[in-house]
Write a protein that binds this ligand. Sequence first.
Ligand code: ADP
Ligand code: MG
Length: 392
Amino acid sequence: MNKRSIRGVNVQGKTALVRVDFNVPTRDGVISDDSRIRAALPTLSLLKEGGAKIVVCSHFGRPKGQIVEEMRLSVVRERLSEFLGVPVLDAGGPNGDEPTQICSQLDAGEFALLENLRFDPGEESNDVDFSKHLASLADLYVNDAFGAAHRAHASTAGVVDHLPAYSGLLMEREIEMLGSSLDGSQGATVAIVGGAKVADKIQVLRHLAEKVDTILVGGGMVAAFYVAQGKSGGAAEVTTEDAEAAKSLLDSRGAYVVLPADVVTAPEFSESSTASIVDSSDVPQNELILDIGPRTATEYARIISLVNTIIWNGPMGVFEWPEFAKGSVAVANAVAANKKATSVIGGGSTAEIVGSLDLVDQITHVSTGGGASLEFLEGKVLPGVAALDDAE
Ligand code: ADP
Ligand code: MG
């Protein structure tokens, strides 16, 4: 997947339409995590330094093709302007004459931000006219929105038919890091896969089983694997389909799949429910598996310490509740402690864990793409990546 990069391109005096992922979380209208804005800064600065006129665009929330006041990008525009240290014009729109007028007035090194792309129904329907309108605002297109690359929308796919297209620096790094973590080029590779349900992760597990040496399993899907082994999976509902999916993975050739030797269970799915540590063969029928156990955490940490490449998606337990977060914390610390390994983390919750433990700096790459990184790990082609022009 070698796509043409914006690095080194002469952009002097040209207008660049830059698709970013500014779909930041907010609480009561205040941005609660601005890492997606910060992640786009290298590309935006590169374009500014190169003398481009920069038209930035993003979606924000799910307005479903209508103007929704609370989903305007003004809060994001203010934060972006603070980071860049220069004003960012409100280009309005996203459709119509206003953006055309405002964008045409930009000077080299100046920024404008289009209004929420999803205010226009043409964005999500990948409408040709809306794609052409977006393209008409600029001379070239840069996609730095890895987090939106799993969607074939006007601003991620359609627009590419009408402008020369380049990948931004973040897009480039995401593809490179996620890609190289799976290509076996760096020696022994472990994948750690958790999350709530096996149905959500079976495709990831199948794909990773072909790519890595060892898979460490955690999270709610452990129940399906235990059932597949003829053991008790506890009180969680495990459908025949889930158990069969787990069994097919255990039976398949490919990666060595490691299941927890002990788990933490509780009678109810609640933060204050009483936690017990039990062996894998002794899971009570009336209790739920809510975390991996301490012996498993130690064993997973040992395996993690031995490898050259680590890819982690999905928490080991219900990390939101301290009593059931210990497995995820142990794994996060082990990943951070292996200094010789390339470590890559995908998934919103998993990124949250390393963020809350202040370990981001000790991880090689924490992906900004939630759903997009998941689809990448499933082995799917991301339309926003596929649409970009290939490198020469
Ligand atoms: P990511 O966002 O990193 O891809 P997922 O979305 O797949 O991760 O899974 C995150 C969710 O999985 C968390 O909300 C966590 O509470 C839940 N989870 C983890 N382990 C369990 C478990 N044993 N039972 C129920 N839910 C779990
Ligand atoms: Mg998630």
